[in-house]
Structure formats: C-alpha cells, structure tokens
Ligand binder design. Structure first.
Ligand SMILES: Cc1cc2nc3c(=O)[nH]c(=O)nc-3n(C[C@H](O)[C@H](O)[C@H](O)COP(=O)(O)OP(=O)(O)OC[C@H]3O[C@@H](n4cnc5c(N)ncnc54)[C@H](O)[C@@H]3O)c2cc1C
Length: 292
C-alpha cells in the first residue's frame, strides 16, 4: 500500500521545525530516519496529515563529551554511534548493543532519537538507556525540559514526548569507576527484533561488593523494564554464582510479567529472561572486577 496523502515540510533549523509542529498541532509528525514511521504510513497504521522532516537539521547530529556525560543528538544515525570511538571508549554498553539493532542498511538511516521516541518495547536502545540512567532533552515551542529514562517510557509505543516536542538530545552519564556492563539478546535471526534482551550495568565498591546494579529488560512488557528486585538482591553482595542465580530468578519471576504472542510464549520469555540475566550479570561483574 501507499501512504495516505500528507503535506511535507523540510525545515533547516530546530526552531523552524518546532514552529511547524506547533502550527500543525495534532496532525503533524516528525520524520527522522523513516525506518519505523514510513512502513507504518505505508500500512496506514499512521496517517499524519503533515510530515516535518528532521533530516535537514544537521545541528542535531552529533556525539560529544560534555559535563560528565556523552551527549548524542536526536538526529544522530545509529551507524554513527556504532562507529564512534568516543562511544566505544566511554559507553561500551551502547557500543556492544548497536550491532543487534536491525541491519546495517537500517542503522545507516535510523536515528537514536527516532528509536527512543518510537519506544518499541522490543527495541534495544530504550532498554540500554534505562540501564545507563540516561536523561532525555526535549524541546517544544514553549521551552526545553529534561526527563529521566525511568520517566520517559510511559507505555506501548508511548513516551513523555508531548505533541509539538522534539527529542533533541540524550545525555548518558559516563561510567563510574569499577563498573562493568553487558548486553545479550535472543532473536530468531540476527537483526530481527529480540524475543528477550537484557542490558546490565554493575558498579563495585572498593571492597569488591556490588554498590549499584541496573538491569533493564526488553521485549517482556509494554516498555523497557528495570529489574528492581534483582538489583536489590545484589546490593551489598560479593559477586557469587549464588547471588547472580537468585537475581536472575527474581528478574524472571518478580520483576516482569510478560505476555504470550505469536513470537514466544510468556513461559519461554521468562526462561530467556532468567538465562540472559544470569549471563549478563556474570559478564558485567567480571568486567567490573577488571576495570579501574
Ligand atoms: C526491517 C527492520 C528491522 C528493524 N529491527 C530493529 C531492531 O532489531 N531493533 C530496533 O531497535 N529497531 C529495529 N528497527 C527500527 C529501526 O531501529 C528504526 O530506525 C527506529 O525504530 C526508528 O528510528 P527512525 O530514525 O527511523 O525514526 P522514524 O521512523 O523516522 O520515526 C519513528 C517515530 O519517532 C518519531 N520521532 C522521530 N524522531 C523524533 C524526535 N527527534 N523527536 C520526537 N519524535 C521523533 C516519529 O514521529 C515517529 O513517530 C527495524 C526497522 C526495520 C525496518
């Protein structure tokens, strides 16, 4: 099918884009890489009357190190993140995850802001940003605001972005000392959306005990979920197979309530969550012990 008719604008500045979104309030959608929006329009699952194309906003495509965080502009291509030396040095969890997102052709066009604003519960970046406790910078015609990853994802394909606002930047705190991270997922074929995925960031204190654990799961609910009970079981503990096993069990049973669909049963998703959580914890704890 072809999309329903729409008006098309290609602003050159963020201000111009915001003015267009305000002018066409309620009927305009921003277009980023188009890798999710255009298929949805072709199937007429999305029928915006107006498209505000963000691809002329070069100012929103950057990766920089500022004020203790790595800042990624909303229009930064996923491929640019995958290839960035700054990302692989400062945000190894993001670097490790990027190759799992779709295929290179899609990552060449798809943007970081588009993936996060789209908020597919099976997408990798939302869970990774939750594990890393990132902040999301939003701009609208009335001003700017900042939202934590925990408050950003509000439901199935829904976020804190209000109509007329743009996600302009994601600020990801740099890793504290003695931190290890890991990501794993299971999908039927490489590049497919994951049946379940787990991202973890573990920080040890000076005595080698777990000072902080953030474990985020994808494809187990209507949004990326933090495994809070699992993190509580690890807090203050010396890393051991027993502690990781207990945390993985909590992640799979208490922290999530997955449903069955055509891709996997709820029972299978819980089993994947159990196994993947244990594996990422083993990796993240081992890496944390080796890091300074
Ligand atoms: C075959 C295929 C396989 C895929 N597999 C995966 C996968 O395994 N994992 C995965 O994570 N993704 C996957 N994707 C999705 C891909 O990563 C998309 O690039 C991404 O979800 C959307 O990014 P985009 O830049 O293309 O956004 P678009 O499609 O342009 O926009 C998506 C939505 O976000 C809104 N939006 C975009 N940018 C902004 C902004 N800056 N501020 C506010 N709203 C904005 C748009 O209005 C729209 O509603 C796949 C896509 C395809 C086609």
């Amino acid at each position: 099918m072809k999309p329903a008719p729409f008006e098309y604008f290609r602003p050159r500045t963020v201000e111009e884009a915001l003015a267009l979104l305000a002018e066409h309030a309620g009927e305009a959608k921003p277009l980023a890489g188009g890798q999710s929006l255009i298929p949805a329009m072709n199937f007429r699952l999305a029928t915006p009357a107006v498209l505000v194309d963000l691809n002329g906003l070069d100012d929103l495509a950057y990766i920089k190190d500022a004020e203790g965080a790595v800042r990624i502009g909303g229009m930064t291509r996923q491929r640019a993140v995958e290839r960035s030396a700054l990302i692989s040095r400062e945000l190894p969890l993001v670097a490790e995850t990027m190759p799992f997102i779709a295929h290179p052709a899609i990552r060449n066009r798809g943007t970081v802001g588009g993936s996060l604003a789209h908020a597919d519960p099976a997408a990798e970046l939302p869970a990774v940003m939750l594990a890393l406790d990132a902040r999301f910078e939003l701009r609208g015609s009335k001003g700017a605001r900042s939202v934590s990853a925990g408050d950003f994802f509000t439901g199935l394909f829904s976020t804190a972005v209000e109509p007329g606002e743009l996600l302009t930047e994601v600020a990801v705190p740099k890793m504290p000392k003695r931190t290890g991270v890991a990501f794993q997922e299971v999908s039927r074929r490489h590049g497919d959306f994951a049946l379940v995925g787990v991202a973890a960031s573990i920080t040890l204190d000076e005595s080698g005990k777990c000072a902080r654990a953030r474990i985020a799961l994808l494809s187990v609910g209507d949004r990326p979920l933090l495994a809070e009970q699992a993190a509580r079981l690890l807090a203050g503990r010396t890393p051991s197979a027993e502690a990781m096993h207990a945390a993985a069990e909590a992640a799979a049973t208490t922290d999530i309530d997955p449903s069955s669909d055509i891709h996997a049963s709820a029972r299978y998703r819980r089993q994947l969550a159990r196994v993947l959580t244990r594996r990422v914890l083993e990796k993240a704890f081992a890496r944390a012990a080796l890091s300074r």
